[in-house]
Design a binder for this molecule. Structure first.
Ligand SMILES: Cc1ncc(COP(=O)(O)O)c(CN[C@](O)(C(=O)O)[C@@H](O)C(=O)O)c1O
Length: 401
C-alpha cells in the first residue's frame, strides 16, 4: 500500500498563491498586486544597478565556493549590524550584538523562533492583528505559542494604539513582542515616534522582549536611518532585543535569500554565548547559508561609491511607489461619488496599501478585472504603474456595487 496515499493537498499560500493564480491568467489586462515584490513603471522585476556592478566585481575576482561558517559571511554580518544600528552605536562598539546570516527574513525569523522555543519554552509571542501571514506559520512550526495584539482600527483605517498597548500590557510578563520596524505589513500604518516611546514603556514595564522584523529598511521612506528609527530607539533605551533583517526588497535580492538575525545582549560575553547557540540551531536546520547574496551586500555597503548609489536607487524605488500612491488616491477621490474618504491611501507607507476591501470584493477584482491581490484587502503598490492606477481605481469602486 502506498505510504504517502494519505497525504492531503495543502491549500495555496495566501500570498505566494496569488502569484501562481496570476501566472496562469491569460488576460493581458491582468495586474499582480499580490506579492510584495518591486516592479518598474513597465511592471518588470528590477535588478538594481549596484547589484549588477557588485556581481561584475565578484566575477572578475573569481571567488571560490567553499562552505561559509555556520554564522555566515563575516564581512556581511559586520555591515548588516552596522546598517541596522549605526556603526557608531554603543552596542556595536561594545560587541554586544550576536549576528547570524539567515536565509533572508523568513529564515532569520525562523531561527530566532527556534531559539525562543529552546531557551524560553514557557514564553509567548505577541503578533499584531493583522500581520504578515507567514509570522503565524513560523511560530506554529517552531512550536512557539502566540497571541495577537490589536493593531488595525477599521473605523479610522488607522492604528488602534490604545488596543495595542492594552493587549501588550495584558500579556504574560516576558512575552516576545513581534514589532514591524517600519512599513507594517499589511496595513502600511506605523506608530508615531511618541507612540513608539509609549510602546517601549509598556514593554519595559512588563519585562517583555522586543522582537523586530525589519524587512523594508530604506525601502519604506527611502532612508536607511529613518527606517531604523524604532529599532534604534529601543536600543537607546537599553533593551535586550532581537531583530530579523531582509535584503529582499531594499536591495532587490528576493531569490538570493539573504538576511540576518541580530540579538542585542547586555554583555559581549552573553552575545558570544547566544551566537554559539544560534549556530547550534542553524547547523541541523540548513548547516550554513548561501554565499552569493552575502557577498553582494558586503560589496555594495563596503564600497562608498556603490553604497551611495544604492541609497539613490532606494530613494528612486520608494519615490515611484509614493507617486503611485498619490495617483491612485487622486483617481479614487475623483471617481468615487460615494463621498468615501480615501486619504488613508496617502497616509500609509511602504509598498502596501491596506484598502479595507472584503474577501468578496477582492474575489470580484480578480474574477471581473483580472486584478490579483491578497484576500485581506492588501494591494502591493510596487506592482502598480502610474498608467494602471485609473484601471485599479475603476475596479475598486466597481467592487462596492
Ligand atoms: C514583514 C515581513 N517580514 C519578512 C518577510 C520575508 O521576506 P524574505 O523572506 O524574502 O526576506 C516579508 C516579505 N513578505 C512579502 O513581501 C509579502 O508580504 O508579500 C513576500 O515576500 C512574502 O514572502 O510574503 C515581510 O513582509
Amino acid at each position: 500500500v502506498s505510504r504517502f496515499e494519505g497525504v492531503t493537498m495543502a491549500p495555496p499560500d495566501p500570498i505566494l498563491g496569488v502569484s501562481e493564480a496570476f501566472r496562469v491568467d491569460t488576460n493581458d489586462l491582468k495586474l499582480n498586486l499580490g506579492v510584495g515584490a518591486y516592479r518598474t513603471e513597465e511592471l518588470q522585476p528590477y535588478v538594481l544597478n549596484v547589484v549588477k556592478k557588485a556581481e561584475k566585481l565578484m566575477l572578475e575576482r573569481g571567488e571560490n565556493k567553499e562552505y561559509l561558517p555556520i554564522e555566515g559571511l563575516a564581512a556581511f554580518n559586520k555591515v548588516t549590524a552596522e546598517l541596522l544600528f549605526g556603526a557608531d552605536n554603543s552596542v556595536i562598539q561594545e560587541g554586544r550584538v550576536a549576528t547570524i546570516q539567515g536565509l533572508s527574513g523568513t529564515g532569520s525569523l525562523r531561527l530566532a523562533a527556534a531559539f525562543i522555543q529552546r531557551y524560553f519554552p514557557d514564553a509567548k509571542a505577541l503578533i499584531s492583528s493583522p500581520t504578515w501571514g507567514n509570522h503565524k506559520n513560523i511560530f506554529n512550526d517552531a512550536r512557539v505559542p502566540w497571541s495577537e495584539y490589536r493593531y488595525y482600527d477599521p473605523r479610522t483605517v488607522g492604528l488602534d494604539f490604545d488596543g495595542m498597548v492594552a493587549d501588550i500590557k495584558a500579556a504574560p510578563d516576558g512575552s516576545f513582542v513581534l514589532l514591524h520596524g517600519c512599513a507594517h505589513n499589511p496595513t502600511g500604518i506605523d506608530p508615531t515616534p511618541e507612540q513608539w516611546e509609549k510602546i517601549a514603556d509598556v514593554i519595559q514595564e512588563k519585562n517583555h522582549i522586543p522582537f523586530f522584523d525589519v524587512a523594508y529598511q530604506g525601502f519604506a521612506s527611502g532612508s536607511l536611518d529613518a527606517d531604523a528609527y524604532s529599532v534604534r530607539l529601543f536600543v537607546k533605551r537599553g533593551f535586550e532585543l532581537l531583530v530579523a533583517q531582509s535584503y529582499s526588497k531594499n536591495l532587490g535580492l528576493y531569490a538570493e535569500r539573504i538576511g540576518a538575525i541580530n540579538v542585542v545582549c547586555s554583555s559581549s560575553d552573553a552575545g558570544t554565548r547566544v551566537k554559539s547557540q544560534l549556530k547550534r540551531l542553524a547547523r541541523p536546520m540548513y548547516s550554513n547559508p548561501p554565499v552569493h547574496g552575502a557577498r553582494i551586500v558586503a560589496n555594495v555597503v563596503g564600497d562608498p561609491i556603490l553604497f551611495n548609489e544604492w541609497k539613490q536607487e532606494m530613494e528612486l524605488m520608494a519615490g515611484r511607489i509614493k507617486n503611485v500612491r498619490q495617483r491612485l488616491y487622486e483617481n479614487l477621490s475623483q471617481k468615487d461619488k460615494s463621498g468615501k474618504d480615501w486619504s488613508f491611501v496617502l497616509k500609509q507607507i511602504g509598498m502596501f496599501s491596506y484598502t479595507g476591501l472584503h474577501k468578496a470584493q477582492s474575489d470580484h477584482m480578480t474574477d471581473k478585472w483580472h486584478i490579483y491581490m491578497t484576500k485581506d484587502g492588501r494591494i502591493s503598490l510596487a506592482g502598480l504603474s502610474l498608467s494602471k492606477c485609473e484601471y485599479l481605481a475603476d475596479a475598486i469602486i466597481d467592487s462596492f456595487h
